[in-house]
Write a protein that binds this ligand. Structure first.
Ligand SMILES: [Mg+2]
Length: 252
């Protein structure tokens, strides 16, 4: 794991430009905000995720939905000389070297982010009620976990989900989630729902798979009040007990 001073030395030519707001995940900024299912090439994990044609389908995000991602990331960066201040609904823009006035830049943030996905997930707790709700739903529906994570974090992420009682098919996505959600939902004749914390992903599903029910959940209590929402377009429920009831209503 790099230290703060090591990270300064990692500046190099690879630049990932963040969108100015609403971005918790660099993966989202790596692709155009315009989704296009026509150019979409499904990866093997998406193709092989089990979706029965006669069962409803739950497509669910991990970070800030099933997992308290930012809280875990805060613990992780805290061990390496950084601290988080929750000024905005963002990730790297809330990370500071301890005592500094200016937040870290994207390159330092991306290094921490990659390290966290490689070996930091033990710092992350599950969102309260998430595993129980999915267990109930999975009695009558298929569940597929659709997460934007770096590929090098796949095994660690799968282990974390299993350890916390959420051992469902895992699909690693990059960029907006509409095309992948459309691919999954097209395989069942029954209703599908999609749950995510990020408005760009929910908008993307509205465009590419408009029949899929959309629900926004922001699990972190400190980020909740800062998270943009569009309640007229995507139902917003930040509590898994209430969300489970709404999902059952939509699915069964
Ligand atoms: Mg998320």
């Amino acid at each position: 794991m790099a230290t703060g001073s090591d990270l300064e030395a990692t500046r190099r030519s690879r630049i990932i430009l963040p969108l100015p707001t609403d971005i918790l995940k660099p993966a989202l900024a790596e692709r155009s905000p315009l989704s296009s299912s026509s150019a979409f090439k499904p990866a093997q994990d998406l193709v092989s995720a089990k979706v029965a044609p006669d069962r409803p389908l739950v497509i669910v995000d991990v970070d800030e939905v099933l997992a308290l991602f930012v809280e875990g990331f805060e613990r992780f960066v805290g061990q390496h000389g950084f601290e988080m201040r929750f000024d905005k609904f963002a990730l790297f823009q809330n990370v500071y070297r301890k005592g500094d006035d200016n937040h870290i830049d994207m390159l330092v943030g991306k290094t921490l982010f990659d390290d966290f996905f490689r070996d930091g997930s033990d710092h992350m707790d599950p969102a309260p009620g998430a595993a129980k709700a999915l267990a109930h739903l999975s009695n009558r529906a298929d569940v597929v976990i659709l997460t934007n994570a770096p590929e090098h974090g796949r095994d660690e992420r799968a282990r974390w989900l299993k350890r916390h009682g959420m051992d469902y098919p895992l699909v690693i996505n990059s960029g907006l989630k509409g095309p992948a959600a459309a691919h999954l939902a097209a395989r069942t004749n029954r209703p599908s729902v999609f749950i995510d914390d990020m408005i760009p992903n929910l908008d993307s599903v509205a465009t590419d798979a408009p029949k899929v029910g959309r629900f926004q959940m922001v699990a972190d209590q400190r980020l909740r009040h800062m998270a943009p929402s569009k309640p007229h377009a995507h139902e917003r429920i930040d509590d898994w007990d209430r969300l489970q009831a709404a999902l059952e209503n939509a699915l069964f």
